[in-house]
Write a new protein. Structure first.
Lengths: 130, 520
């Protein structure tokens, strides 16, 4: 059975792009356009992997990542960050959340900066999902 | 020692008088005829002359006349014989000093000479006084002249325009500064023109009222006034004036005009250069935005290639719309940049503003629908075909509606029905009101304050911060008004007023001409 991958992304272009890459490589794409819809879809669909953007309206990827990794039922789902924001900035933001008393969260499985080549994305997914 | 001339044909008299007068201290000269007397007088210029009236040849009266012609100040005493009384009186009319009857008595001679000397003395003193007085007057006049020249120079060389009138409003002072502002030459104005001719009507009537009743004039505060110069051009100035009084009577008025053209030009240049600088600073922010567009294009190409390989029509559509969308984003960006960095005058043409608004709404519709945002149009059917710049409306409305949609997308309040309401409304004063109202996230004070500052965007990489700057610039260039009203969490309303010209029959033919002229 094809592995199911959730892409949380506000930009419709990138959603179309990512879903095409996913289909091309034999995964089933699930789409959400912001963090709020994203966390709902995670609970409903229990995807095998999450590709997460950071800068999104309503709920950002920073908050959603933190929520995912501090929820016992969800923390095992691997997350690949795909963002225009650099890895360093993202990690610093997670550290900042920790300083405010939240749990320390592990780093994401992979961190891809936009723009991503279709091959790089496919290879990253393959490494994690096998 | 004063010289004294005796003219007498009788030698005896000359001798007796010479001796007695020489002993009195005079330097005595004698002549035996009138002619000789005149010669001696010319040569020696005595101050006193004693002359007989009756003489052979030139008589004493003729001699008197000639002497007085030579020197009107000479004291001439006539010597008269018995029965010469009529002649003697006549000589007084000819300005003789006195007359002595023959035989000459010493005491009478003494008195006559004493009077003559006194008159000479007085005249000398008088002359000294007069000279002194003339000198003083000359010095005073020079001082007055110097002061007035100084003031004249002060007035003429002032960079500010100075215009002064007499009590009737006739211009008496009009310096080169004024000439530069009003455009009329000094010689067409000074003492030839009334103040009403060169001032705008309301200011002119203030002057006239002020000249009639000083209390009614209130000039002293500097204020900005636009002057229409000789060629009909508007000249911005700062003005201050005053009514001139002397001994509580009104004697005239004066106005000071500071030319603001250079200042305004500098201000505009500053704004322009700031705008260019902003464009430069935007580059960094823009690079991100453009990178996103390029990624969209690249992604679209990838999707399109996959779709073509698989012969998947749906995917072809997806890929193609990605490319289309990003081509539009980049062309919008380029248009915004051009509009923002260049001076541009709105080009009015006949068009239907409502139609343009419809177009903008349908362009934004797909994006709105994707996020469940409803665009509602409320277009005033009274807004018909008018003369206005369609590009200005399109550009600014596109920015405002697109912002309104973003405000809904970024609204994090729990699910609600987001709406963007777009209004047009005909106004009384040849203006159309365009209103874009959303019930999205709204703005706090801080955001509102930074709204029109350069590069400010709340949209991260999805915004350049250019949109509102461009809209603001377009509205200013169209001499319109842009207003914003916003409440955090409630929504935002942008209202834009743009002036238009009515399309008369003439207007339509004018439009054809313009179309023709732009074709060639």
């Amino acid at each position: 059975m094809a592995k199911r991958v959730l892409n949380v992304e506000d930009d419709p272009d990138i959603r179309t792009f990512v879903s095409t890459v996913l289909e091309e490589n034999g995964y089933t794409p699930i789409m959400a356009k912001d963090g709020e819809e994203g966390i709902k879809k995670v609970r409903e669909e229990k995807p095998d992997l999450i590709i997460l953007d950071i800068l999104m309206p309503k709920q950002s990827g920073i908050k959603m990542y933190h929520d995912l990794k501090t929820d016992d039922s969800l923390k095992s789902i691997p997350v690949v960050m795909l963002s225009g924001v650099s890895r360093r900035t993202f990690l610093r933001s997670q550290a900042a959340l920790t300083e405010f008393g939240d749990e320390t969260v592990p780093e994401p499985q992979a961190y891809l900066e936009k723009p991503v080549e279709p091959e790089d994305l496919a290879e990253t997914l393959k490494k994690i999902l096998g | 020692m004063s010289k004294l001339l005796i003219i007498d044909d009788e030698e005896g008299i000359r001798k007796v008088l010479s001796i007695s007068l020489a002993s009195d201290g005079y330097d005595v000269l004698t002549a035996s005829t009138g002619e000789e007397g005149i010669e001696v007088f010319k040569k020696e210029m005595p101050s006193i002359v004693l002359t007989d009236i009756k003489m052979p040849g030139m008589d004493g009266i003729t001699a008197l006349k000639q002497i007085k012609e030579i020197n009107p100040n000479a004291e001439v005493i006539m010597i008269t014989g018995h029965g010469d009384m009529d002649s003697a009186i006549e000589t007084l009319k000819l300005d003789a000093s006195d007359f002595l009857n023959k035989p000459i008595k010493d005491d009478a001679l003494f008195v006559a000479l004493k009077r003559a000397r006194e008159r000479i003395d007085i005249r000398t003193k008088l002359k000294a006084y007069t000279d002194d007085l003339e000198n003083m007057v000359r010095v005073a006049t020079e001082e007055v002249k110097r002061r007035s020249e100084f003031q004249d120079k002060l007035i003429t060389s002032s960079n500010d325009g100075i215009v002064a009138t007499d009590e009737n409003g006739v211009i008496v002072i009009y310096n080169y500064g004024a000439q530069k502002i009003f455009g009329y030459r000094r010689n067409e104005i000074i003492r030839k023109t009334n103040i009403e001719k060169i001032l705008p009507a309301n200011l002119a009537s203030e002057f006239i009222d002020g000249l009639n009743n000083e209390a009614s004039a209130n000039f002293s505060e500097w204020r900005e006034i636009s002057i229409v110069d000789k060629n009909g051009k508007l000249v911005p100035t700062r003005f201050s004036g005053s009514i001139l009084t002397e001994n509580s009577g009104i004697i005239g008025s004066v106005g000071f005009f500071r030319d603001l053209r250079e200042l305004k030009r500098l201000q505009e240049e500053l704004i322009k250069s700031e705008r260019l600088a902003a464009t430069g600073q935007t580059v960094a922010g823009l690079a991100h935005y453009i990178k996103n567009i390029l990624n969209g294009l690249k992604g679209g190409t990838y999707v399109l290639n996959v779709a073509l390989d698989k012969n998947n029509t749906d995917k072809v559509k997806n890929g193609w719309s990605m490319i289309e969308r990003n081509v539009r984003r980049i062309s919008d960006l380029v248009l915004d940049l051009l509009t923002y960095s260049k001076e541009r005058n709105p080009e009015a043409e006949a068009c239907f503003p409502n139609q343009i608004v419809e177009e903008v709404c349908s362009l934004m519709e797909p994006r709105a629908r994707e996020h469940d945002i409803e665009i509602r149009k409320h277009l005033d059917s009274l807004v018909g075909e008018v003369y206005i710049d369609p590009k200005s409306i399109h550009r600014s409305m596109l920015n405002l509606v697109s912002n309104a949609i973003d405000a809904c997308i970024f609204d994090s309040s729990p699910k609600k029905q987001w709406r963007v309401d777009v209004y047009t409304e005909l106004q009384k004063d040849h203006t159309i009101k365009f209103k874009v109202k959303d019930n999205g996230m709204g703005m706090d004070k801080d955001t509102k304050a930074r709204l029109f500052s350069r590069l400010f965007s709340t949209k991260g990489e999805n915004g350049t911060g250019l949109g509102l700057l461009v809209t603001d610039k377009i509205v200013k260039e169209s001499e319109g008004i842009l207003k914003v009203d916003s409440e955090l969490g409630k929504g935002t309303t942008f209202t834009m007023y743009l002036p238009y010209k009515i399309l008369s029959g003439e207007g339509i033919s004018q439009k054809k001409q313009i179309t023709l002229s732009t074709m060639f």
